[in-house]
Design a protein around this ligand. Structure first.
Ligand code: FCB
Length: 477
C-alpha cells in the first residue's frame, strides 16, 4: 500500500505594495555613547543609569555601541542591508545642553554629518526628536514648579521642547523629509514618573498624568514649530506604543478592565492628538488623583495640530482580566486609575529573551483597529523586533533563527492588515544594532547586527541577511 506523504502547505510569496518603506530603527542614548563629547551634557538617562540599582549590572550609555564615532561604518551597514529608510533619534542634550538657551553647533554638526552620509548612501533619514533623553537640567533645574518638580510634569518643558525642535528643524529641515516628534510618550510618562523603572525614576502617579499631558502638548507645539519652517511636503508624525489589549474572557468585568487600560494606555494620546479631546472615562477613572486642571484653554487645539502619519511600535499583546487584588500592587504601577482594576495574564506560548510573548496577531489587531478609528491616517510600523540570547560562534557567525521566525510572522501580520485595508506605508525593524536596552542594560540584544561591546566589532546576524532579502524582493519568500 502506498502512503501519501502530507505535503507542507506552500504559502504564496507575500509581496508588499510598491513604494513600501523598509527601514531599521535606533535611538540616540541606546547606541551613540560619547556621553561627554562635543558639549553634550547629561540627560535623565545618564543620571538614572548611574543611580545604583536602576539598570542591570550598573550599565550606562557612556559608550553604548560607540555609534558617535562609528557612524560611517553603521551607515555602510544600512547600505549593505539595502534599506531605503533609517529611523534615528536626535539627543536633545547634544543640541541644547541645558535644555534652554542657544543651540550647540557641534551637537547639530554630528546629525548633519549623519544625514549627509545617509543621503549619499541613498537612504532617507527619519528623525525622531525625543527618544527619552531629556536634558537633566530640565528635570532638576531651578525653574521647576516646586509643587510638581521639573521634567515632563512641569508645563514649561513642552515649551522648551518646541524651542529645541526649532533648532533641529533649522539645521536639518532642508534634507530630512520625515519627522517624528516623540517616541512612546506612554513609556516616558508612566514608566518614568509612575512606575519609576525608567528615567527619571519617580513614582508619582498624579505627576505621571501631568507628564502625559505635557508630552502631548510638546508634540503639538513641536508640530507647529516644524510646520513653521519645513516645506509643505514634510511628513510630520508621532510614534505611540499602542497596547494591543485583549480581555482574558468575554466577561463584562474583564472587558471593563481592558477599557480602563485602553483609556490610560492608548486613548490618552489618540484622543487629544486626533480628536482634540480628553477621554471622558479617563478623567473619571483618575478623579481621585487629579482634576486635570493643568489642561489649559487652547491646549487640546494645539495638541490636535494635524499630523501626516502615525507611527506604531509593537512587540507583544497584553491579556487583561478584572482585578481581584485586595491589597495594593506590590510595586508602583504604570497604570494610574486602572492598576487596581486589572491583572495581567501572561499568554501561553513562546517568548523572547525579554519574556515577551511572540504573538503577531496583536500587531494585526492594532493596525486594523486604527484602520477603523483613523481611516485617513497613514501608518508606519516604526518599531518591531525581538531580543534573543545571540552569540557569535567560533566561525564568527551569529545564527538567530528565532528572530527570523518572529520577523516573518510579524511581517505576515502587516501584509494581512494591508490586504484588509490598513494604510501601512512602511516597516522599521528594531533594531539595527545590539544596544543599551534601558533598564536591562546590555543584557538584551535586539539588533540584526551583533555588537561585541568589548571590541565594538559589528557582525551581521543571519536575520540581517534574511531582512536584506525581504527588502530586495519587497516581500516574504
Ligand atoms: C521600545 C523602545 C525602544 C526599545 C524597544 C525594545 O519601547 O522605544 O527604545 O527599547 O522598546
Amino acid at each position: 500500500m502506498t502512503t501519501i506523504e502530507p505535503r507542507p502547505a506552500v504559502a504564496a510569496p507575500l509581496r508588499f505594495p510598491a513604494g513600501f518603506r523598509w527601514g531599521t530603527a535606533t535611538a540616540a542614548y541606546q547606541i551613540e555613547g560619547a556621553a561627554r563629547a562635543d558639549g553634550r551634557t547629561p540627560s535623565i538617562w545618564d543620571t538614572f543609569s548611574r543611580t545604583p540599582g536602576k539598570v542591570l549590572n550598573g550599565d550606562t550609555g557612556d559608550t553604548a555601541a560607540d555609534h558617535y564615532h562609528r557612524m560611517r561604518e553603521d551607515v555602510a551597514l544600512l547600505k549593505e542591508l539595502g534599506v531605503g529608510d533609517y529611523r534615528f533619534s536626535v539627543a536633545w542634550p547634544r543640541v541644547q545642553p541645558t535644555g534652554r538657551g542657544p543651540a550647540n553647533q557641534r551637537g547639530l554638526d554630528f546629525y548633519r554629518r549623519l544625514v549627509d552620509e545617509l543621503l549619499d548612501a541613498g537612504i532617507r533619514p527619519v528623525v525622531t526628536l525625543y527618544h527619552w533623553d531629556l536634558p537633566q537640567e530640565l528635570e532638576t533645574g531651578s525653574d521647576g514648579d516646586s509643587a510638581v518638580g521639573g521634567g515632563w510634569p512641569h508645563r514649561d518643558t513642552a515649551e522648551r521642547f518646541a524651542d529645541y525642535t526649532g533648532y533641529v528643524a533649522a539645521a536639518l529641515g532642508d534634507r530630512v523629509a520625515t519627522w517624528t516628534t516623540l517616541n512612546e510618550p506612554w513609556c516616558a510618562a508612566f514608566l518614568g514618573y509612575a512606575a519609576g523603572v525608567h528615567a527619571p525614576g519617580r513614582t508619582e502617579p498624579a505627576a505621571a498624568l501631568r507628564a502625559a499631558h505635557h508630552l502631548n502638548l510638546a508634540h503639538g507645539r513641536a508640530t507647529q514649530a516644524l510646520r513653521a519652517v519645513l516645506p509643505a511636503s514634510a511628513e510630520i508624525s508621532l510614534t505611540l506604543n499602542l497596547h494591543a489589549l485583549r480581555p482574558a474572557s468575554r466577561s463584562e468585568a474583564d472587558r471593563e478592565a481592558v477599557r480602563r487600560l485602553d483609556a490610560v494606555g492608548n486613548r490618552i494620546f489618540l484622543d487629544p492628538v486626533f480628536h482634540g479631546r480628553l477621554p471622558a472615562d479617563l478623567v473619571r477613572d483618575t478623579a481621585a488623583l487629579t482634576d486635570w486642571s493643568f489642561v489649559l484653554d487652547g491646549d487640546l487645539e494645539t495638541i490636535a495640530t494635524a499630523v501626516d502619519s502615525l507611527g506604531i511600535n509593537y512587540y507583544a499583546p497584553t491579556v487583561v482580566a478584572a482585578g481581584t487584588r485586595t491589597a495594593p500592587p506590590p510595586s508602583p504601577s504604570p497604570w494610574p486609575g486602572a492598576a487596581a482594576h486589572a491583572e495581567f495574564r501572561p499568554p501561553a506560548g513562546p517568548r523572547t529573551a525579554m519574556g515577551w510573548p511572540v504573538d503577531a496577531d496583536g500587531l494585526y489587531e492594532l493596525l486594523t483597529r486604527l484602520r477603523g478609528e483613523l481611516p485617513h491616517v497613514p501608518l508606519l510600523v516604526t518599531e518591531n523586533g525581538a531580543a534573543y540570547h545571540d552569540y557569535a560562534d567560533p566561525e564568527g557567525h551569529v545564527h538567530d533563527p528565532e528572530r527570523i521566525a518572529y520577523l516573518h510572522g510579524h511581517l505576515g501580520a502587516v501584509a494581512r492588515a494591508i490586504a484588509d485595508g490598513a494604510a501601512v506605508r512602511g516597516y522599521f525593524l528594531w533594531s539595527l544594532l545590539d544596544n543599551f536596552e534601558w533598564a536591562y542594560g546590555y543584557s538584551k540584544r535586539f539588533g540584526i547586527v551583533h555588537v561585541d561591546f568589548a571590541s565594538q566589532r559589528r557582525t551581521l546576524k543571519d536575520s540581517a541577511r534574511w531582512y536584506a532579502g525581504v527588502v530586495a524582493r519587497n516581500g516574504l519568500a
